[in-house]
Ligand binder design. Structure first.
Ligand SMILES: NC(=O)c1ccc[n+]([C@@H]2O[C@H](COP(=O)([O-])OP(=O)(O)OC[C@H]3O[C@@H](n4cnc5c(N)ncnc54)[C@H](O)[C@@H]3O)[C@@H](O)[C@H]2O)c1
Length: 255
């Protein structure tokens, strides 16, 4: 329904989970997708799945916390197409801990990827978008950017920062034709979540409990988040900027 035909798009962290689903959804909608990730194997697998469905995609290695990587990627994108229409800042990492158990180094590590990473990547593309008076940016926040989540001190701190960055940018560039939104998913079944569940003494119980935090008593699927990213990237969302798009199976609706 929503088309990205002839649009040049870039997704960070597209080698796994939600980012991979967004890249595949964008390609199905007719977009050219730069699949970027610091994990080359995962990124190339996403490109292979897109190519198998006759979609258009290319892998570019990118660690979002590296300014040098961002500059190199921007050069590749602008060298090939001279523009970027849609940027999805999806790459992110998590950490389990309270103020008692989180170190300053843990917080810095999360900040470098989740917040500074979005800053770094956006920085190399925003001037081109403003100059062309066209662009859509979608940042991956979390339900932890809307409400607190227990035992996720550093993660929640960075995700609230993403919501702030999104709103500030949306205001700054509303009259430049650039829309900036963030998505706030509840728990979605990806290696990100199954990874920490496996570490619990009783992983099956931890899985059931993770599902039960959402009113629908299940986790989201990556494609369900990708559908929202497609909408926000599309022209149909022309009146949508500065929002926190919550997709959480009722997580934040109340107890
Ligand atoms: N899965 C969930 O329940 C959930 C919920 C809310 C928000 N999110 C957010 O969605 C985003 C994607 O999460 P996911 O569940 O798909 O995780 P995932 O771990 O399955 O995938 C994340 C991808 O990001 C990449 N990545 C990590 N650090 C990077 C860096 N510095 N540079 C470039 N790539 C990097 C990883 O290699 C991986 O391919 C994250 O921002 C996460 O915080 C996830």
């Amino acid at each position: 329904m929503f088309s990205l035909k002839d649009r040049i798009t870039l997704v960070t962290g597209a080698g796994s989970g939600i980012g991979a689903a967004i890249a595949e959804t964008f390609a199905k909608a007719g977009g050219f997708v730069f699949v970027t990730d610091r994990d080359e194997k995962g990124g190339r697998e996403t490109v292979a799945r897109i190519a198998a469905q006759d979609g258009q995609a290319e892998f570019l290695p990118l660690d979002v916390s590296s300014e040098a990587d961002c500059a190199r990627v921007a050069e590749s994108v602008h060298g090939r197409f001279n523009r970027l229409d849609v940027l999805v800042n999806n790459a992110g990492i998590g950490h389990v801990g309270t103020m008692l158990t989180t170190t300053g180094a843990d917080l810095d590590r999360l900040y470098a990827v989740n917040v500074r990473g979005i800053f770094n990547v956006t920085k190399v593309f925003i001037a081109g978008m403003v100059q062309r008076k066209a662009g859509a940016i979608v940042n991956m926040a979390s339900i932890g950017a809307v409400v607190g989540v227990r035992d996720r001190l550093a993660y929640v701190t960075t995700k609230f920062a993403i919501a702030g960055l999104t709103k500030a940018m949306a205001l700054d560039h509303a009259l430049d034709g650039v829309r900036v939104n963030c998505i706030c998913p509840g728990r979605v079944e990806t290696p990100f979540v199954t990874g920490w569940i496996k570490k619990y003494p009783d992983p099956e119980k931890a899985y059931r409990e993770a599902c039960a935090t959402q009113a629908v008593n299940r986790m989201g699927r990556p494609e369900e988040i990708a559908a929202a990213a497609l909408y926000l990237a599309s022209d149909e969302a022309g009146f949508v900027t500065g929002t926190e798009f919550i997709i959480d199976g009722g997580f934040s609706a109340g107890k």
